[in-house]
Each structure stands twice: as structure tokens, then as C-alpha cells.
Design a protein around this ligand. Structure first.
Ligand code: KMH
Ligand code: ZN
Length: 272
């Protein structure tokens, strides 16, 4: 089983002022993803921005971006339904109607930095059911221990396809701190057959990505999670971060999953 590398090029928060290599418009995002695919990524995690670079759930922008990516490479598409803190849940959830192979599912509301991330229980249940009906595989974003329990309850209600796929998000202010101990606590509690990756926000991105790989997880790389390649050195886009993640995996004697292997590993349903 190879390591699945997800590229997360944009995210909901950073701006071009934070890092001028941040892609925000459909063609910029598609170009970055094609480069990341060539460097070893098999999944693309997408956030969209409007023409003023604000987070958006606009379906036209999303479908244009997906189209441009599909013209360039066969990478698996995972649309974020997190979108951004300023966008209403009811708008965010409509993105799954585009039927990407995957989409994120954030199971709980929480403080998120200085803002609030709204994921009301009834909405989360409705979105999970819709994803199940459309064969869109959820990637479960867990920022705290109780979020894992919320996901397991959704599974018990028959709303989530197995094997479950988790992102263990560490380092968001409002969620778990980015420590190896917190990562271990979460990994120990996952179902045995779950697929998982660490999303380590900010400064500890490199070390926690490495620990996650050593523990048998997949990994994510990109400017959504860290703007820097190393202290004081901005990453010139997400591809250098994907290249670094791929070489970490190879140094650990792990194989890199291509798109076909990732599809099989995640047991992505076929979409007609
Ligand atoms: N940047 C992540 C920590 C999602 O994509 O669904 C939060 C997020 C969630 O954007
Ligand atoms: Zn995201």
C-alpha cells in the first residue's frame, strides 16, 4: 500500500499578501495541481475564491476549476465543504452536487482562530446523507477527540461509507494543539481499517507530517497548511511541499500511491 499524497494549494484563509505564490483563481489552481500531480500527489483538495480572492462556494467557479484540472491531469478531486468561515453551511453543502470523487465533511462546530466554524448537527447529517446518495466519499476532518466520536455516531447511523477516511487536524486555535501526543491519541482510537492523514497547521507541519508517515498514515502538503518550506523561507507554491512530502515517504522506504492505487485504497465508489 502506497502513501496517498493530497495537495492542498489554496485553503480558506491565506492571501497573496501572505504568500505571492498562493493560487486563487481557477487557472492558477489548476496549473498548481498539475505540477503537484507530476510531483506525486494523487488527490487535490480544493477551496475556491471569487474574483476578489474571497472564499466562495460558487458552483460555476467550482465546476470551471474542476474542468481545468481534469483537462490537465487525472488527479482525484476532493472539494472542501469547509469553504471558509464567512460562507453559510447551506451554500457550502451544495458543492457536493458537482459529484467530485471526494469532499470534506466537518462533523462539529468550533472556534477557529478568531472566528467560528459552523457545522450544525442537522446540516452535517443532511450533508453526509447527500454524499452517500451521490457516491461522494467523505474525508472526515477531526480537530478534537469528540469530533471522532461524532463521526463514529454518523457511521453507526449508516451515513458514512467504510472504510472511513480521516484527516486529523492539529494546530488550529480552537482544536487540538499540534503535538505528537495528540496525534497518537487520535490514531489509537481510529477504527482498524480507517485511512487517515495528518493535517498539521503552521510551524510543526514538517515534523508532524513525518511522524504521521512513520506511523503508517497518508499525508497532505500545500499552502493551505503552511506557507513556509522552512523557517523564514516562503514555499514557492505547493509543489515544493509535495516534493518534500514525497521524498520523506521515499526516505522511509514507503511507496507513493498513484491515482489508481489511491482509488483502490480509499475504496472510492464508482460514479455513474
Ligand atoms: N484548513 C482546514 C484546517 C475543510 O477544508 O473542509 C479547515 C478546512 C476544512 O478548510
Ligand atoms: Zn480545506
Amino acid at each position: 500500500m502506497g502513501v496517498i499524497i493530497t495537495v492542498a494549494p489554496t485553503g480558506p484563509i491565506a492571501t497573496k499578501r501572505d504568500n505571492p505564490w498562493l493560487p486563487t483563481q481557477p487557472d492558477e489552481i489548476a496549473d498548481e495541481i498539475a505540477n503537484a500531480y507530476a510531483a506525486g500527489a494523487s488527490v487535490a483538495h480544493l477551496h475556491l475564491r471569487d474574483n476578489e480572492d474571497r472564499p466562495t462556494a460558487d458552483l460555476d467557479i467550482a465546476s470551471r476549476t474542476v474542468e481545468l484540472i481534469r483537462e490537465r491531469c487525472p488527479i482525484l478531486i476532493q472539494i472542501s465543504t469547509g469553504v471558509g468561515l464567512t460562507v453559510a453551511f447551506e451554500e457550502r453543502e451544495r458543492l457536493v452536487e458537482l459529484r467530485p470523487e471526494m469532499a470534506t465533511l466537518n462533523p462539529c462546530s468550533m472556534s477557529f482562530g478568531d472566528g467560528e466554524f459552523h457545522n450544525p448537527p442537522a446540516g452535517v447529517r443532511r450533508l453526509a446523507a447527500r454524499m452517500r446518495d451521490l457516491n461522494v466519499k467523505p474525508e472526515l476532518e477531526v480537530y478534537d477527540t469528540g469530533h471522532l466520536d461524532a463521526c463514529l455516531r454518523l457511521r453507526d447511523e449508516g451515513l458514512l461509507p467504510e472504510p472511513l477516511q480521516f484527516s486529523i487536524v492539529l494546530g488550529v486555535r480552537g482544536g487540538m494543539a499540534a503535538t505528537a501526543e495528540n496525534l497518537m491519541t487520535m490514531v489509537r482510537r481510529l477504527p482498524d481499517d480507517a485511512a487517515w492523514q495528518v493535517i498539521a497547521i503552521g510551524r510543526s507541519n514538517l515534523e508532524l507530517t513525518a511522524i504521521g508517515l512513520a506511523l503508517g498514515g497518508n499525508c497532505r502538503a500545500g499552502l493551505e497548511d503552511t506557507l513556509y518550506l522552512r523557517k523564514g523561507e516562503l514555499a514557492q507554491g505547493s509543489t515544493p511541499l509535495v516534493t518534500r512530502a514525497a521524498s520523506l515517504a521515499l526516505d522511509l522506504d514507503l511507496e507513493i500511491a498513484d491515482v489508481g492505487a489511491a482509488r483502490r485504497q480509499l475504496q472510492l465508489p464508482s460514479q455513474s
